[in-house]
Design a protein around this ligand. Structure first.
Ligand code: XCC
Ligand code: SF4
Length: 630
């Protein structure tokens, strides 16, 4: 085995620069160039002080003009903008969840989609009150999907999954009137509240932002995760690789990108079929390599070990290798830049969802009925495109790391059972983990999530924070593009245990895990909520007492704010490296960074100095330990 060494951010940047040289040769644009054109950013926008929700405006708040034309002050404007931002994210995650519900509703014994995890389906049926006795599994699946779909629009009651939270948390939600009702209702209500002439009171707006976030995390996202597991299998530990070096020059390279696993699962199936591999060989390639970008990548990596080519700000790089036959996208986080960029190469940019339609792409409308045909057509298109490569432009950076991924709550439980050598029972327990925390072998945990953002040196914040935390015996659970940063660096290689403090190193050895655990995609942050709830129940602590914090050092999307809101509203203090657009209002900013504590026992901290952000998290974890007397 070769010697283990992390890949540094400098090495990744050098690889990117080499690719940008290719880009310059073919006249390609890049995000690096566009950032320059867009800097400095508009101050009003950055601080959330611009309102354009009615045509008397747009109104911008200054010292000389402290109110908009309707008389709304800066706190109302910033608060409304923050709520709309949240609603955008909540809608996006939840609509993804809804698509998966529909896919489950289409599942059949002989169709494109089948039930892979029957046990999980039965558990969900019990939770949803769906009869299972003596019924065909697909009848059960369809009814479970229907109940799930009703969670989006039911006229009465609150989200079913709230019951998964500890009593104490549920009581807080009730007391603060932030229990999410139907998911669509929370999104609509947010838009209603922020319409001209409705709410301008920061407390009301932020409360709804929490509620709307909760409808995502404990509603739409949770269904996205659970139903994906039913359809495609609950993830278990699997070995894979990460970074651009996973692409293979001699092969047809298909890159899947976006979030919804329904399409990528099918693409993987076909790319793996003897028929397609034979066809690729006929066309002069050695084989077919499917790799991924962003959360679609996380989904297929967790379940199939499909390698991860990169994260959010690396999406242009896969095309710049000159070796990408097709980049196939579904929804979310897809740069419209991929259209014009792919035109500089032979690459086919294939859009597949009516939700994400873009110029300069080949649109192949994907749906559950035609999934098989669609996937086959796409794979064939990629294979036939192999001959159009310009060999002069092909350069794949020789850079990749091994990664162990697939740490669903179920898998973490299984690993913990290994530590105590106890019987693997149905219910499982988080007690071994709690004991490690109590004894101080582990100081605590950080849930690190989120994107890349050019405002932060890409991946540098993720990687340096992770290194610092594991050295301090703090274990990481990660998802989204944060997870891919870790994998690219090598932090999901089990040998990374040597970078840990003595306690975490021992845990890694005993449980046979890497120190940074890949829990999945953005919607899978719902797995982290379930994990926190389980730890709280097993330890007897409230969630806010667990030495656990959330962190999104490089976040950028509306979804990230929705996530942040449900993580905080669940009682987990959250640390950000990028400001939400809220600093323009002392009241909104004050609520987010402190006031929320009185409502939900947690709040946000924003710190641009990444070193300091790490120190603050460690301090908070130690503070929580002290409060628990451990
Ligand atoms: Fe998108 Fe989910 Fe962010 Fe990555 S991390 S840039 S939202 S792909 Ni969720
Ligand atoms: Fe201006 Fe008020 Fe209209 Fe906003 S709602 S644009 S602050 S007049």
């Amino acid at each position: 085995m070769s010697e283990f060494k992390l890949t540094t951010v400098e090495e990744m940047e050098a690889a990117t620069n080499r690719l940008l040289e290719t880009g310059a040769k073919v006249g390609a644009d890049s995000w690096q160039m566009r950032v320059k054109n867009q800097t400095p950013h508009c101050k009003f926008g950055e601080e959330g002080m611009c309102c354009r929700i009615c045509t008397m405006g747009p109104c911008r708040i200054t010292k000389k003009a402290p109110r908009g034309i309707c008389g709304c002050d800066v706190h109302g404007i910033v608060g409304r903008n923050f709520l709309r931002f949240t609603a955008g994210g909540s809608a996006t995650h939840s609509d993804h969840g809804r698509e998966i519900c529909h896919t489950l509703h289409e599942a059949s014994a002989d169709g494109n989609y089948k039930v892979k995890d029957e046990a999980k389906l039965m558990k969900l049926a019990a939770e949803f009150g769906v009869e299972t006795e003596g019924r065909d599994i697909y009848d059960v699946a369809h009814e479970v999907a229907e109940v799930g779909l009703l969670e989006y629009g039911k006229p009465f009651g609150t989200q079913v999954f709230l019951k998964r939270a500890p009593e104490h948390t549920q009581e807080i939600w009730k007391r603060e009137e932030i229990e999410p009702r139907a998911i669509d209702r929370e999104v609509s209500c947010s838009l209603h509240m922020t319409h001209m002439g409705c709410s301008s009171k920061p407390e009301a707006l932020i409360r709804q932002a929490l509620r709307s976030g909760l409808s995502d995390g404990w509603g739409g996202s949770m269904m996205g995760t659970e139903f994906s597991d039913v359809l495609f299998g609950t993830p278990h530990e699997i070995e894979t690789e990460a970074n651009l070096g996973v692409m293979v020059a001699e092969n047809v390279n298909i890159v899947v990108h976006g979030h919804d696993p329904s399409l990528s699962e099918m693409i993987c199936e076909y790319a793996d079929s003897p028929e397609m591999i034979a066809y690729a060989k006929e066309m002069g390639a050695k084989g077919i390599t499917v790799s991924g970008v962003c959360c679609t990548s996380n989904e297929v990596a967790m379940r199939r070990g499909i390698p991860m080519a990169g994260n959010f700000l690396q999406q242009e790089n896969v095309v710049l290798t000159g070796a990408c036959e097709a980049i196939v996208v579904d929804v979310q986080c897809i740069f419209p830049a991929l259209g014009p960029l792919s035109k500089c190469f032979h690459t086919k940019f294939v859009t597949t969802s009516p939700i994400a339609q873009m110029p300069d792409s080949d649109f192949i409308r994907f749906n559950a009925h035609t999934a098989g045909e669609n996937a086959k057509a796409i794979v064939k298109m990629a294979i036939e495109n192999f001959k159009n490569r310009d060999p002069e432009l092909v350069h794949i950076p020789d850079m990749k790391q091994k990664a162990y991924v697939g740490f669903s709550v179920e898998e973490i439980e299984r690993k913990l059972d290994g530590v105590t050598n106890s019987q693997v029972d149905e219910t499982g327990t988080m007690m071994p983990l709690v004991d490690c925390v109590k004894s101080g072998v582990l100081r605590g945990a950080v849930a690190m999530v989120g994107c890349n953002n050019p405002k932060v040196r890409p991946d540098a914040a993720h990687i340096s924070l992770m290194k610092k935390l594991i050295a301090n015996d703090i274990i990481l659970v990660v998802s989204g593009c944060s997870a891919q940063a870790a994998a690219k660096a090598g932090l999901m290689d089990k040998r990374a245990k040597d970078l840990c403090g003595a306690g975490l190193k021992r845990v890694c050895e005993l449980a046979d895990i890497p120190p940074v655990l890949h829990m999945g995609s953005c919607v899978d942050i719902s797995r982290m909520m379930v994990l926190a709830a389980r730890i709280a129940k097993d330890s007897g602590w409230n969630i806010s007492q667990i030495p656990l914090v959330g962190c999104a050092p490089e976040w950028m999307s509306e979804k990230a704010v929705s996530i942040g809101n449900y993580v905080v509203a669940t009682g987990i203090d959250t640390y950000l490296g990028v400001e939400p657009y809220a600093t323009g209002s002392s009241e909104v900013d004050g609520l987010l960074k402190g006031g929320l504590k009185d409502w939900v026992e947690a709040c946000y901290t924003v710190e641009h100095d990444i070193e300091k952000l790490g120190d603050l998290m460690i301090e908070k974890i130690e503070e929580k330990r002290e409060a628990l007397g451990i």
